[in-house]
Design a protein around this ligand. Structure first.
Ligand SMILES: Cc1cc2nc3c(=O)[nH]c(=O)nc-3n(C[C@H](O)[C@H](O)[C@H](O)COP(=O)(O)OP(=O)(O)OC[C@H]3O[C@@H](n4cnc5c(N)ncnc54)[C@H](O)[C@@H]3O)c2cc1C
Length: 297
């Protein structure tokens, strides 16, 4: 039987990695399992991440957070937890490859998966458009960088309208485009072209050019491991937590985008500090024995 961990952390985006650093510094026995698809990997340059006045790319930030955790002995195992069950004294998590982890507490930092629009040319063109900033996924994150550009918001009419109003803080040219009507979308480094009113037989509609396009098609909360245990979620499937980031399941904590809150790095990192400290404080004490290397005299 696998050893009993103090905490299993599922997910190694900003939330999971910061929680890992805190728990390692509390000298707790932890494991981190990560499927390797942090939303942060899409960030070309973030300009609102605290402590990086000149901006930081998502991949650099993830590498630095991982290095900080590893400095404290954290090992991140690549894999996907497929099931999480509650047994008498522990949570038991399993992956598809037969791996098993037993832990007194579990901290989910599993994020969301963005629903993305179909772009002519396929996923590679879409990825290039995100990299160049002509297609942006988070108005809170980078509306400021899109200021004074011609912006389109693509989504279900009501949602697109709300986001378009929000983006008016940054530009006087913001159109909302209803994604429930047929459309054709093409993007390159210079901008995006949206053809709306396209007929279902393929006849052309009205084409408009934009410098920046924000799809607001929503995302899928990666909360299934928690909901299988009965954890409460909001209307979008994001986990509800208390002030210590505990879900409605005792011993099961959640941080970052998977939680019903603002999806931001600063929020994920704040959640992580709170949750890791709550986990440490609920576990049996682990007092240092003997004379530590930092003792004076
Ligand atoms: C294009 C873009 C730009 C952005 N720009 C900014 C910005 O400028 N500023 C800002 O604050 N935020 C920005 N964000 C948002 C930011 O990326 C997220 O808020 C942040 O990554 C959330 O961190 P997280 O740890 O909660 O989740 P994530 O970073 O998404 O990490 C979740 C991890 O859990 C793993 N996982 C999921 N399920 C399992 C499982 N069952 N088993 C094992 N592993 C699992 C995933 O593979 C992933 O690695 C941006 C997002 C996008 C897409």
């Amino acid at each position: 039987m696998a050893e009993l961990l103090d905490c299993l952390i599922v997910g190694a985006g900003p939330g999971g990695l910061v929680a890992a650093t805190y728990l390692a510094r509390y000298r707790r026995r932890i494991a981190v399992v990560d499927a390797g698809a942090s939303r942060a990997r899409w960030i070309p340059t973030s300009h609102n991440c605290p402590g990086f006045p000149l901006g930081v790319s998502g991949t650099t930030l993830l590498a630095r957070l991982r290095e900080q955790a590893e400095t404290h002995g954290v090992v991140v195992t690549h894999g996907r937890i497929d099931s999480l069950e509650r047994e008498a004294d522990a949570f038991v998590a399993r992956d598809a490859a037969g791996g098993e982890w037993r832990a007194a507490t579990v901290l989910l930092a599993t994020g969301i998966v963005d629903r993305l629009p179909t772009v002519e040319g396929g996923p590679e063109v879409l990825a290039a458009a995100i990299e160049s900033g002509t297609l942006r996924l988070c108005a809170v994150c980078d509306g400021y960088e899109a200021r004074d550009s011609r912006i389109a918001v693509l989504g279900p009419a009501e949602e697109a309208g709300r986001h378009a109003d929000f983006l008016r803080t940054f530009s006087c040219t913001v159109d909302a485009i209803d994604s429930d009507q047929p459309y054709r979308l093409s993007c390159d480094d210079a901008g995006c072209r949206v053809e709306s009113g396209v007929e279902r037989d393929g006849s052309p509609g009205t084409a408009r050019e934009y410098d920046t396009l924000y799809p607001v098609l929503g995302g899928d909360s990666q909360s299934q491991l928690a909901t299988a245990l009965g954890a409460a979620v909001d209307e979008e499937g994001a986990l509800r937590t208390d002030a210590h980031q505990q879900t409605s399941v005792d011993g099961l904590y959640a941080v970052g985008d998977v939680v019903s809150a603002l999806n931001q790095i600063a929020v994920a990192v704040g959640h992580a500090a709170i949750a890791a400290t709550a986990v440490h404080n609920r576990l049996p004490p682990n007092p240092r024995v003997g004379r530590g290397i930092n003792s004076s005299g």
